[in-house]
Design a protein around this ligand. Structure first.
Ligand code: NAD
Ligand code: ZN
Length: 380
């Protein structure tokens, strides 16, 4: 089968690889209809992780069941499914309590709980930027979708960025009527803004400097804050009578930069602490890493980030962090899509065939104007 393979920094290619197949009675093989390029893939693409060359990428996958293992009960060939990016066993302490993103069994990497498809340090699993994908413990991991091809571009957001944005809002301690500032207007930040609006925020701000992303934020009813036009903290305080917002969502991650493009991993955390009110909450879904050989400072190379913890404590704020447990939300979010109450497909800017993936990676990585979210359709 054809698949997108990591070949080294800023190089992916479409190669012929062995077909995905049933390896365990609990497996399903899914024929991929849509798979997306994620901001998280760019950490690998840019050579900022230890991902091995030859890895098949892709963790935002959906499609149609092609084959089922003997122990699979809930799915049969022909079923349309969404595949969460997390791979859970379904029976460990964390999976049982709704934290499939920290499954203690599926990732053999020392000191790492939580597994994913096609990702550095997240276990030996191939990704779904390919014609077929093997899904372990399919009864636990897969989500059923309505038959046909309706809502394809909405449903494809269920494997990662929609639940991840929703999780960022959840981790912030959000309550109806709150004012929310989302830092990062990439796909994840825009999905966090979409989630906060659906959940009844009184006002949502999106901080970024990319004109296309700020325009999209405005289009869905959020207030854009352009950090290239002045200190975003001051802009948020001015917009909230000096009070600050109730909740903040971090959707940027460790490669945060200032308006000149210089990397500052502490910048967004500091901005959040300064712009969220006392006793307010912060949800961090932007990725931070325990080791970053590509970091600009020795501290950051060890994953140490000198952020304003003192002010965070003094303001009595709370913070939640980590990879999103997609399964915790994806059924409800699917039903919101079916009911027409959520329409995350508005984020899609490009739909490409699998062969065009190298181009899609290059444009999306350059954050080129208008390249907001790239979908690949392997079976197109
Ligand atoms: P992205 O890189 O396209 O978006 C990041 C955005 O942040 C960009 O638009 C950039 O201009 C903006 N930005 C940079 N510095 C900023 C600053 N100082 N202030 C405000 N905005 C700034 O990526 P994405 O796909 O939206 O993903 C965002 C983050 O979420 C990444 O770190 C990704 O790995 C992570 N992620 C986490 C999970 C999870 O489960 N926790 C899941 C998916 C993605
Ligand atoms: Zn993703």
């Amino acid at each position: 089968m054809k698949a997108v393979v990591y070949q080294g920094p800023r190089k992916v290619s479409v190669e012929e690889v062995p077909d995905a197949r049933i390896e365990d009675p609990n497996d399903v093989v899914v024929r991929i209809t849509t798979t997306n390029i994620c901001g998280s893939d760019l950490h690998m693409y840019e050579g900022r992780t230890g991902v091995e060359e030859g890895k098949v990428l892709g963790h935002e996958n959906m499609g149609v069941v092609e084959a089922v293992g003997d122990a699979v009960r809930q799915f049969k060939a022909g079923d349309r499914v969404s595949v969460p990016f997390n791979i859970g066993c379904g029976s460990c302490r964390n999976c049982l309590t709704g934290w499939s993103s920290f499954c203690t069994r599926m990732n053999p990497t020392e000191g790492m709980d939580g597994a994913a498809y096609g990702y550095a340090n997240m276990g030996p699993y191939d990704g779904g930027q390919a014609e077929y994908l093997r899904v372990p413990f399919a009864d636990f991991n897969l989500l059923s979708l309505p038959e046909g091809d309706e809502h394809e571009n909405d449903f494809t957001m269920l494997s990662d960025i929609f639940p991840t944005g929703w999780h960022g809002v959840e981790l912030s301690g959000f309550q109806v009527g709150d004012r929310v500032a989302v830092f990062g207007g990439g796909p994840v930040g825009l999905m966090a803004a979409h989630s906060a609006m659906i959940r009844g925020a009184s006002q949502v701000f999106v901080v970024d400097r990319q004109p296309d992303r700020l325009r999209l934020a405005e289009k869905i009813g959020a207030t854009p804050v352009d950090f290239s036009q002045g200190d975003p903290v001051q802009q948020l305080l001015d917009a909230t009578d000096g009070l600050g917002v109730d909740r903040g969502v971090e959707a940027v991650g460790y490669q945060a930069h200032d308006h000149s493009g210089e990397e500052h991993p502490e910048l967004v955390l500091d901005n959040l602490v300064a712009s969220v009110r006392t006793t307010g909450g912060i949800g961090v879904v932007g990725v931070y890493v325990p080791e970053d050989p590509g970091a600009s400072s020795d501290l950051a190379k060890e994953g140490r980030i000198p952020w304003q913890y003192g002010q965070f404590f003094t303001k009595g704020q709370s913070m939640g962090t980590g990879q999103a447990p997609v399964k915790r939300y994806n059924r409800q979010l699917r039903d919101l899509i079916v009911a027409g109450r959520a329409t995350p497909g508005w984020i899609v800017s490009h739909e490409l065939g699998l062969d065009e993936a190298p181009d899609g990676y290059a444009h999306f990585d350059a954050r080129e104007d208008g390249w907001t979210k790239v979908l690949l359709h392997p079976s197109a």
